[in-house]
Design a protein around this ligand. Structure first.
Ligand code: NOJ
Length: 560
């Protein structure tokens, strides 16, 4: 296989550093803590780690608000720790991908501190400044993804600045070539230190429609998010430039976070001929349990329908085949735990964790594992006041307290189901106090299930979810079919079974999962069996298609 495309047959493990492992007892995860756990990651067999932002930051949005791109945040350690981490990871043949937050900075970044001072300083055009409307109001009705307006007034300049996220995260002005050069330079800074690539935060938002048009108005709504928040007119021009200026000069991988993107748009980002990015994270499959256009945003729950999940994921598989590349994920630091969200995290927790993993890792693309997913960590249900995430806090204030569009009870249920904090509780290493995450007071509450669900226990049990992931990763390395094979969804309308074929000229595999608590006859799969039924991996004992499908049973079987 062409070694320049190593990312096609790699498996990535995402680390959310503040919650991974604390080495110094301050209750906050850090880089030396990650170094301590490299042996664990090597045992799992992953190829790449992606670190959520570790750069200097006031932590208004947990590091997605960067104050200095060239320094490591003191809570995480030092630049030397970062270099040591890269070196020690490389010794284990693990690559290190960093998080590029370049749509916005922190309001404490020196560029913004200068920019806000006047209309004519060297940094005045580094951000997006607009005059107030005649009545003094915001320049348009764009909303922040964290509620409220996307514009914040600044006395010194008598102007508003744009922020798609918190008002402490002003958006950079990518129209300004100097801004783009600054970003390329800081990318080179870390790549010269050995970083192997970038995950690019909300990269689809860097180009804005220069007419700043209003969204069409709806009743009971003042601010809007939607099509003007991503995929702006110069996006692909900027990314191609970044590719030519930086990425093409290094052996690296890139994955862009691209809310609002369809498979057609994904081709623009990832078709190798266009020389932009290797792959993007779609949100389409994450949005299937969301009511489109609701004033209550993601907090308005819609029941999970497996048919929609299959339809969306299959469209991405088919439309990117030979035309781009998929990033495969169910979990990350912004998403709840998949077994709690769409599966069963009690009676069938283990089977269910393996079943979702089978479905994902059987597809074409680069699979991502989010810390704790490999041991089946679950959602939490805290008191509302115990949530840390700015998204939850702002939404509570706006939707429950101010606008009263959702009751406190409904909101709480939605937070338990979907809040980002579900994924941000500290990693559960063992059954000791604070789950072995820290010897101090953890920055955030732990799941109360840590004595039942932890790494130590998983490593002691040969049938654990951990070892199942290890086998899935090993399969990806051994079996070119998983990287190259064509995908075909079967049983499209079935409401319990997610099944598909992967095939090359030489062979064909059947990947199947019963994503329900009810047994099903496997007769329905029989027509897809073949002269040869060789199990490649399974989460219950199985040798052929003759046995029934048990709750959350999943397998991959070579059928030709
Ligand atoms: C996407 C990140 O994944 C999320 O955690 C963050 O809040 C926003 N971008 C803003 O940077």
């Amino acid at each position: 296989m062409n070694d320049k495309t190593w990312w096609k047959h790699s498996v990535v493990y995402q680390i959310y550093p503040r919650s991974f492992k604390d080495s110094n007892g301050d209750g906050f995860g850090d880089l030396p803590g990650i170094i301590e756990k490299l042996d664990y990651l090597e045992k799992l067999g992953i190829d790449v780690i992606w670190l959520s932002p570790v750069f200097d930051s006031p932590q208004d949005d947990n590091g997605y608000d960067i104050r200095d791109y060239r320094s490591i945040y003191a809570g995480f350690g030092s630049n030397e720790d970062m270099e040591e981490l890269i070196q020690k990871a490389h010794e284990r043949k693990i690559k290190v991908v960093l998080d590029l937050v370049a749509n916005h900075t922190s309001d404490e970044h020196v560029w913004f501190v200068e920019s806000r001072k006047s209309k004519d300083n060297p940094y005045s055009d580094y951000y997006i400044w607009k005059d107030p409307k005649a009545d003094g109001g915001e320049p348009n009705n764009w909303g922040s993804c964290f509620c409220g307006s996307a514009w914040e007034y600044c006395q010194e300049r008598g102007q508003y600045f744009l922020h798609f996220y918190s008002k402490r995260q002003p958006d950079l002005n990518w129209e300004n070539p100097k801004v783009r050069q600054e970003i390329y330079d800081l990318m080179k800074f870390w790549m010269e230190k050995g970083a192997d690539g970038w995950r690019m935060d909300v990269i689809a938002s860097i180009s804005k429609d220069q007419n700043y048009p209003d969204y069409p108005e709806r009743e009971n709504q003042k601010y809007y998010t939607g099509k003007y928040h991503s995929n702006g007119p110069r996006l692909h021009e900027f990314l191609h430039e970044m590719n030519q200026e930086v990425l093409s000069k290094y052996d690296c991988m890139t994955v862009g976070e691209a809310p609002g993107s369809t498979p057609e748009v994904a081709r623009l980002f990832t078709d190798p001929k266009r020389q932009e990015l290797n792959m993007i994270f779609t949100f389409e499959h994450m949005n299937i349990d969301r009511v489109p256009g609701s004033v209550n945003r993601k907090w308005e729950l819609k029941p999970f329908d497996l048919r929609e999940l299959k339809q969306v994921m299959s469209a991405w598989q088919n439309k990117l085949y030979n035309q781009g590349w998929n990033a495969l994920y169910f979990e990350n630091h912004d998403q709840p735990r998949v077994i709690s969200r769409w599966g069963n995290d009690t009676t069938y927790r283990e089977a269910c964790g393996k079943a979702f993993a089978t479905v994902l890792h059987g597809m074409q693309g680069t699979p991502y594992i989010y810390q704790g997913e490999e041991i089946g960590m679950t959602n939490v249900a805290f008191k509302l006041e115990d949530y840390e995430d700015i998204e939850v806090r702002n939404a509570y204030q706006e939707l429950v307290v101010n606008n009263k569009t959702i009751s406190e009870d409904q909101f709480r249920k939605a937070v338990w189901n979907k809040s980002r904090d579900n994924a941000r509780t500290p990693m559960q290493w063992d059954d000791s106090e604070h789950a072995g995450f820290t010897t101090g007071k953890p920055w955030f509450q732990l799941s109360d299930r840590y004595q039942e669900i932890n790494v130590k226990k998983a490593l002691e049990d040969q049938n654990s979810i951990f070892y199942y992931y290890r086998d899935l990763i090993a399969l990806r390395h051994q079996e070119p079919l998983l990287t190259e094979g064509k995908y075909q969804l079967i049983l499209e309308e079935d409401q319990q079974i997610f099944a598909y074929l992967r095939s090359t000229d030489q062979e064909c595999w059947l990947v199947a999962a019963n994503l329900s608590e009810t047994c099903r006859s496997s007769q329905i799969l029989k027509p897809f069996g073949g002269e040869r039924e060789e199990i490649k991996i399974c989460n219950y004992k199985r040798t052929s298609l003759d046995q029934e499908l048990r709750p959350y049973e999943a397998f991959m079987m070579r059928v030709r």
